[in-house]
Design a binder for this molecule. Structure first.
Ligand SMILES: [Zn+2]
Length: 305
């Protein structure tokens, strides 16, 4: 019996050492033989998953249901990124982007900044023009992000290039259909002004000729002053706004306060910065939420299409 126990113990030790050695290789291929890719937050996770399909395991760094503007990756997140073949960032959202890029220098992890060259708009905040990173909410800019991610896949896994191309083309067609639905659905509306929870809809507003008046700033935690709140209320009254938008991931309190003040209703307009697990299980994704957002805009702006 004793001998058997010793033998078992030896086997366990060998087993543990075996595991350590495997992990020590920092394999960029998952145990299932799939490529490992990390994305900073949800829309990039969606794009990367759609293009990568069954060849890839995509790990999203910002936890589902968390807000990416103020997320700080853990040591474990950093290890996940370092063990992958590619890290996909948006640019301008990830406060940790520069640090991780410096850390990854000299490794084999390809960093793709999908929003590079697309962040052309600014928002005045605290007396300064700040770069607006929310390009994924404009389907045409989202297509450019998809193309940047596709190029990344072609670099890290060229042998599957036809597969990635086919998936990317399907995704681009989906984005084209969203663009067409938005252009048509927002063409004939009584109103053009949207009061949003934070300044996430600037590129979408530009694309479809709307005017965004954000309650908070570019980041949801950039809280407005009493004067800014008073200005929003005054704007809403002067323009007969009937809906004030809020977001599912942050407190709706300010939106509700303004709505109560002017006798308006509230409704969700989702910046798709994160999707809660329960919503994902219910089948929600970037594409369906974009469709929900269009319906919300059409109601709030009294569109006829
Ligand atoms: Zn945002």
């Amino acid at each position: 019996m004793k001998k058997i126990l010793v033998l078992l113990g030896t086997l366990v030790i060998v087993g543990l050492f075996g595991l350590t050695i495997v992990n020590g290789k920092k394999s960029t291929i998952s145990p299932s033989g799939k490529l490992k890719v990390a994305t900073s937050f949800y829309p990039l996770y969606y794009f990367a998953s759609q293009i990568g399909g069954n060849k890839v395991v995509v790990q999203n760094i910002t936890p589902s249901g968390a807000e990416p503007h103020d997320y700080d990756p853990s040591t474990r997140d950093m290890a996940t990124i370092e063990k992958g073949s590619m890290l996909i960032l948006n640019g301008g959202v990830e406060s940790w982007g520069d640090k991780i890029k410096a850390n990854l220098k000299g490794t084999n992890v390809l960093v793709v900044t999908a929003g590079e060259g697309l962040l052309t708009q600014t928002v005045m905040e605290e007396g300064k023009n700040q770069i607006d990173p929310h390009v994924w909410l404009d389907p045409q800019s989202a297509k450019k992000e998809v193309n940047a991610i596709l190029q990344g896949y072609l670099k890290v896994d060229p042998k599957n290039r036809d597969y990635y191309y086919a998936n990317a083309n399907a995704l681009l067609a989906q984005l084209d259909s969203l663009d067409a639905a938005y252009a048509k659905g927002l063409a004939t509306c009584q109103k053009k002004d949207i009061i949003t929870s934070h300044a996430a809809f600037g590129y979408l507003a530009t694309r479809y000729h709307l005017t965004q008046v954000p309650i908070a700033g570019l980041s949801p935690d950039a809280e407005p002053s009493a004067q800014q709140l008073a200005d929003v209320v005054q704007f809403a009254q002067a323009n007969h706004i009937t809906y004030i938008f809020f977001e599912s991931l942050i407190s709706p309190k300010l939106s509700q306060t303004i709505a109560t003040e002017i006798g308006a209703r509230t409704m969700v307009l989702d910046p798709i910065e994160g999707v809660a697990d329960t919503d994902m299980k219910a089948g929600k994704n970037y594409y369906t939420i974009m469709q929900d957002n269009l319906k919300a805009l059409q109601t709030a702006l009294q569109c006829t299409q």
